[in-house]
Design a binder for this molecule. Structure first.
Ligand code: PEP
Ligand code: MG
Length: 765
């Protein structure tokens, strides 16, 4: 069964379109289970009925015609109860309904399994048999397994509109405008209108965007060059290894070389290019097809050959991408798109050209989302159904208020969005007026608004917006942009620039926080469970050579400025803190006593982002000069919700009552030890979050610079006593939605509501 399942899924993955895919399912399931009929019924959301979408065994004329509600027939019963139904003699069941169009009267045995995605029954998969019999447990389990696999595929088809077309083919005409919608997680607000530019990880066969070309000869020449370079490499390796491998192993290199010639892969790809697609796209498609064929083979030796084909495929693709690197062009209205956008993708793009960013993977608090917010670039993460590799060069609207990507918009929608875009520009211009105003509440209490930085561009924006200091400089960001660890002197210059830019204001530099979703290309950390693994201080304590160089560079950079504060990430016990402090003091001693530099010992702080640290604030406060709460990780660890996983993004509750309790506890305990405490997670930059935090008593908030003026403008309109009362009441509520709802209603006042929600998306007809 497992083999059958694997080979069905392989075939499904290579289907040309959704209709084809359904045909494969019904055909193969019927054959493997040896039944007379297999059918798929899919939910038509418009009529709330389950429509026969594909069948092998019933009359084809019934496809797209026969449908039933959840109250009708056995299929309806499976859908309503959301559980499998296994009947030996279906006609005697009270819910049996007869549909003459299908020709099903002769069939007795019935087994149906619901197709469920995110708690919604999207369809029903059914097998039927003439002979009266009960399907056994393993058959039932098999059908349930196929249905579960099918669920994700159907959800994808639903998002891309393919499902609607499969159920009602006449929709093809409706979609003549070509406009398509995809949803994702609205992660940095705003509207972006422009041209899709796909960026992909190098040599990733699955990540090659579809590009059409008019220059077929040019693309053929690129292929020829890449193949020649690869053949040359293979021959060199062959020679170098000739005396180290046995003849069979050496023969493999000859096989590789022959696979690249014109009678084999080379020829096949050339033919594909001649249909008008780029060499990279043609190459990756052909290779993926071969990988699929090998992977589906029964013979384990042949199945293993898929790995060889993949390896060869990546080598050639690497060469093709090298050629392209020099040609890459980013238009003025670039919408950056990728399967998993990461900071290094930003390295080559002129900042002023980026209108929006969309990533198929990731979630609200992925680091890319945070960068998007910092730079004020509308960003959508977790657009899981986005056919991202096909959007290169497409005209797009990114509505990052509601998490919507529109491909090939109609003129009417384009016009509506352009209007909102203009309104946003004018709102931002209005906020500029607050730039030189002090950051005080209506009753005059000063709240320090600091910024989170990492890229040079967001430091510049921060200064322009009147930041009073840097609450979090993420040092790993410049590390992510390089091809090797920066040297001590390179780091010193980088940090010096940051300290000088903000001097005399304080700059809080966090020591390298890699691991989790921030892996350096030159220091890969591969783990099953990276967020619970080797991360932050754990890595730097294990690698004192990296830590010490960074500390030396930071301290040397502060000479003459003395505005440096050092922050330690991911502290989960006092032993880590003590070890880090020993190293910090050692560096200070070396630089001042042994090397004769003169500067003040920087203030040292610990991040509170691991739940264990909440209950040791006293112990931590005794050891450091300040603490800073990282609500992004604290929320993820407290709620056990991966901040990067779109599947559980709905559970990432920024106003969870337990989080609010934790925030109060941290503040109360820190006060007992006179330890200053700030918040540098994203909550501090959300209007409602900032109000709550100030109401609780936090006086230092550090946020993306894009939020700074808005938060300042809001705090200037509210009294401390009102915010205290709001926080008090919010903390009595029992869930995140009730809390948000309460705050939104309480703050629905003129002048404030617009600051909380400045613009809204146009309603699409
Ligand atoms: C946090 O975890 O809240 C934080 C500020 O750090 P980062 O987002 O870089 O993990
Ligand atoms: Mg963190």
């Amino acid at each position: 069964m497992l083999n059958s399942l694997r080979s069905i899924l392989q075939e499904v993955n290579s289907a040309n379109d959704f209709g084809d895919l359904l045909e494969i399912i019904v055909d193969r399931v019927k054959a493997v289970m040896n039944t007379d009929i297999c059918s798929v019924y899919l939910l038509d959301a418009k009529t709330d009925t389950y429509m026969l979408a594909a069948t092998d065994g019933l009359r084809q004329e019934a496809v797209g015609k026969v449908s039933m509600s959840a109250e009708q027939g056995l299929v309806g019963l499976v859908a309503r109860k959301a559980e499998p139904l296994n009947l030996e003699h279906a006609e005697t069941h009270p819910r049996f309904a007869y549909f003459p169009e299908t020709g099903e009267e002769k069939f007795s045995a019935f087994l149906g399994s619901p197709i469920i995605h995110h708690r919604t029954v999207l369809g029903v998969l059914v097998v039927q048999q003439q002979q009266r019999r009960r399907f056994d447990e393993s058959e039932e389990a098999f059908l349930i397994t196929i249905a579960a696999q099918l669920a994700g595929i159907i959800a994808h088809a639903e998002a891309t509109g393919e499902l609607a077309r499969a159920i009602s083919p006449e929709l093809e005409q409706d979609s003549a405008s070509g406009e398509a919608h995809y949803s994702g997680l609205a992660s940095a607000p705003g509207i972006g209108i422009g041209t899709g530019i796909v960026v992909a990880l190098p040599a990733d066969l699955n990540a090659v965007p579809k590009r059409r070309t008019g220059d077929i000869d040019g693309e053929l020449a690129k292929l020829r060059d890449a193949l020649d370079s690869t053949i040359k490499d293979l021959k060199t390796v062959h020679q170098d290894l000739a005396d180290k491998l046995n003849p069979e192993e050496i023969a493999l290199f000859d096989v590789y070389v022959s696979m690249l010639d014109d009678n084999s892969l080379g020829g096949e790809v050339s033919e594909r290019i001649k249909t008008g697609v780029s060499a990279q796209y043609a190459w990756s498609r052909v290779i993926l097809e071969h990988i699929r064929t090998f992977s589906a083979m029964e013979n384990p030796y042949l199945r293993e050959r898929a790995t060889d084909v993949r390896d060869l495929g990546r080598r050639v693709l690497g060469y093709l991408q090298q050629q392209q690197h020099e040609e890459k062009h980013y238009p003025e209205n670039t919408i950056l798109i990728g399967e998993e956008l990461a900071a290094p993708n930003l390295a080559d793009v002129p900042f002023e050209n980026i209108r929006a960013m969309v990533s198929a993977k990731g979630s609200y608090n992925s680091h890319m989302a945070i960068l998007g917010r910092a730079m004020g670039i509308p960003t959508i993460m977790g657009a899981v159904d986005l056919p991202w590799s096909e959007l290169d060069g497409c005209e797009l609207i990114v509505d990052a208020h509601q998490g919507l990507v529109i491909n090939s918009p109609t003129a009417q929608h384009l016009e509506a969005y352009e209007k909102v875009y203009e309104e946003e520009l004018s709102f931002a211009a209005d906020l500029e007026a607050t730039k030189n105003e002090p950051s005080v509440t209506l009753d005059g209490q000063h709240i320090s608004l600091w910024v989170n930085t990492g890229l040079r561009i967001d430091s510049m924006l921060s200064l322009d917006r009147g930041a009073e200091g840097v609450g979090l400089y993420r040092t790993e960001i410049p590390f992510l942009m390089r091809e090797r660890f920066p040297s001590e002197e390179e780091q010193r210059q980088l940090y010096r620039e940051q300290l000088e830019m903000f001097s005399p204001h304080p700059v809080t530099m966090r020591t390298l926080d890699i691991g989790g979703d921030k892996s350096l290309p030159y220091f890969p950390i591969e783990e099953e469970n990276p967020f619970l693994g080797w991360r932050g201080i754990r890595v730097t304590l294990d690698h004192p050579e990296i830590f010490l160089v960074q500390l030396r560079a930071m301290m040397r950079a502060s000479i003459g400025l003395n505005n440096l504060r050092i922050l330690l990430p991911m502290i989960s016990n006092t032993e880590e803190l003590d070890s880090a402090l020993v190293l910090i003091k050692r560096v200070y001693h070396e630089l001042t006593i042994e090397e004769g530099y003169r500067f003040d010992m920087p203030a040292i702080g610990a991040m509170i982002e691991v739940p264990a640290a909440i209950f040791q604030i006293g112990e931590i406060a005794k050891r450091v000069n300040f603490i800073s709460v990282g609500t992004n990780d604290l929320t993820q660890y407290l709620l056990a919700v991966d901040r990067n996983n779109p599947q559980v993004a709905e559970l990432y509750h920024s106003f969870h009552p337990s989080l609010l309790k934790a925030l109060r506890l941290i503040l109360d305990d820190a006060k007992k030890y006179n330890c200053p405490v700030s918040v540098c997670g994203e909550l501090a930059g959300e209007p409602l979050g900032a109000i709550l935090l100030v109401g609780m008593g936090y006086e230092f908030l550090s946020m993306s610079s894009a939020n700074l003026l808005r938060v300042k403008a809001i705090l200037r309109q509210l009294n401390m006593s009102d915010m205290r009362e709001l926080a008090e009441q919010a903390c009595l509520l029992t869930d995140t939605f009730a809390i948000e709802d309460y705050l939104n209603k309480a703050l629905d006042q003129p002048g404030i509501a617009r600051l909380i929600r400045p613009t809204s998306s146009p309603s699409l007809l």
